[in-house]
Design a protein around this ligand. Sequence first.
Ligand SMILES: Cc1ncc(COP(=O)(O)O)c(C=O)c1O
Length: 181
Amino acid sequence: MTSCDFAIGQTIPETFPAEALKQAALRAIDRYPGAKGHLHPRELMARRETEREGVSVNPEHIALMNGSMQSVALAGQALMSAPGDLVITEDYSCSGTIASYKGTGLELVGIPVDADGMRVDLLEQRLNTLPVKPKFIYTLPSYQNPTGTRMSRQQRIELIALAARHDLPIVEGNCYGDVHF
Ligand SMILES: Cc1ncc(COP(=O)(O)O)c(C=O)c1O
C-alpha cells in the first residue's frame, strides 16, 4: 500500500537532477571556501530574500546549511546556555524541531495558534507567568507545520514588537515560504 507522510516536507527523489548535481558537486568541492559556503549562492539567497521578503540582507550574514533542520538545530544550540532552558514554539510544531530541541535539553513552551498564527496575546500572558525567561521564540509563520496556518501581517508585527519588548530573539523557520497553492 502506498502511504503519504504529511508530517514532514518530503521531496520526490525522482525530481532531483541527480546527474547535474553530481557534476556541480565535483566542480564545487575543489573550490570549497569553508565557513559560510560559496559566495555566489549566498548572493542569490540574499537577492531572493530582498525580492520575496522586501528586506535587505548582506550575503556576509548568510551561511549555507545542509537543509533547514540543520540551521534550526544550530540556532537552538547557539541561543541556549544550559539544559532546561525554555523555548517558545507554536502549540503544535515540526516533529523534527521538537526532537532536535528536546534532544539538546531545551524545554518547549507551546502557545496556541489560530487562523492568524501564534496567539501573541496569549504569549504575552504566558511570558508573565513563566518562572524563567525563555531563550528565544521559534515560529513557523508561513504554512505552519502541522497546522498549515499563515500568520497575518498584523500578528507578525505584534510578535516582533513583543520580542523586542522582552528582548527575545526570533528563530523563523521559513522552509515553506515559496509554497503557494
Ligand atoms: C518546518 C520544518 N523545518 C524543517 C524541516 C526539515 O527541512 P530539511 O529537510 O530542509 O532539513 C521540515 C521538514 O518537514 C519542516 O517541516
